[in-house]
Design a protein around this ligand. Sequence first.
Ligand SMILES: *[C@@H]1O[C@H](CO)[C@@H](O)[C@H](O)[C@H]1NC(C)=O
Ligand SMILES: *[C@@H]1O[C@H](CO)[C@@H](O)[C@H](O)[C@H]1NC(C)=O
Ligand SMILES: *[C@@H]1O[C@H](CO)[C@@H](O)[C@H](O)[C@H]1NC(C)=O
Ligand SMILES: *[C@@H]1O[C@H](CO)[C@@H](O)[C@H](O)[C@H]1NC(C)=O
Length: 220
Amino acid sequence: MLSDSFYLVFVTAIVLSHRVETQVTFDGACPKLDVVGDFDLHRYLGLWYEIESYPAVFSSFASCTTANYSLLPDGNVRVINRSFNTSSKGFDMVDGTARLIEPLKRQAKLGVVFPATRFSRPVPDDGNYWVLDTDYTNYSIVWSCANFNDKSFQFLWHLNRRRQPSQSALAFVGHRIDSFGLERKFLQTAEQRNCPESSETSSMRPVRQPSPTRSSYYGK
Ligand SMILES: *[C@@H]1O[C@H](CO)[C@@H](O)[C@H](O)[C@H]1NC(C)=O
Ligand SMILES: *[C@@H]1O[C@H](CO)[C@@H](O)[C@H](O)[C@H]1NC(C)=O
Ligand SMILES: *[C@@H]1O[C@H](CO)[C@@H](O)[C@H](O)[C@H]1NC(C)=O
Ligand SMILES: *[C@@H]1O[C@H](CO)[C@@H](O)[C@H](O)[C@H]1NC(C)=O
């Protein structure tokens, strides 16, 4: 669904040092969307497979991408975002930190910080990670939007607890995305076939990001 304040203009490619990133850019400010209320962070933890997403990294060899959320001792969330590099045949990972932005409201608005690497820049600088919809046990629809002048940059992910959700599960999530008025046509299907077995201990060169300094909900 397109409205006056929310329509596609173009897909930009931004070259930043050694990285090429694409972003889906829309005319007008970020639409006002509701996130999951009474968000249960604990149920959200664990392993999610990336099923579809807006293009965030151009021309990478990433496949089998997963996000693993776990609690840090300070109550923030450790984000281990991994993918198999089909070129180097090894796993790449980014190790970041997420925190609830408005913990007392229990809204599913998180801020995610990743260290800058050549292959990680999935979200804009303030790293907003909004869970628009999730049932915790099957799917999550995550959206990120940043205003820039009179435009907005958007990212959208469909994460799933299954590496290969059924057609009906995919259709269900598609309808949910439509119901938010978001554009499905830019979604790219993530490669989740032929994924080698891996364990986190065998992963390469993890980089830890210091935890955000703001007080956390679970730390209180
Ligand atoms: C997720 O990360 C936690 C914390 O590092 C780890 O204990 C757990 O084994 C990971 N889960 C998977 C499925 O990789
Ligand atoms: C995958 O590996 C190739 C080298 O084989 C490298 O050029 C490329 O940047 C890697 N991709 C990612 C996403 O790290
Ligand atoms: C995880 O990181 C990869 C590589 O940076 C990115 O393609 C993917 O969108 C990220 N997924 C999530 C859920 O942050
Ligand atoms: C959602 O996940 C639960 C627990 O794994 C499962 O029992 C249920 O069938 C799933 N629902 C759908 C619609 O896939």
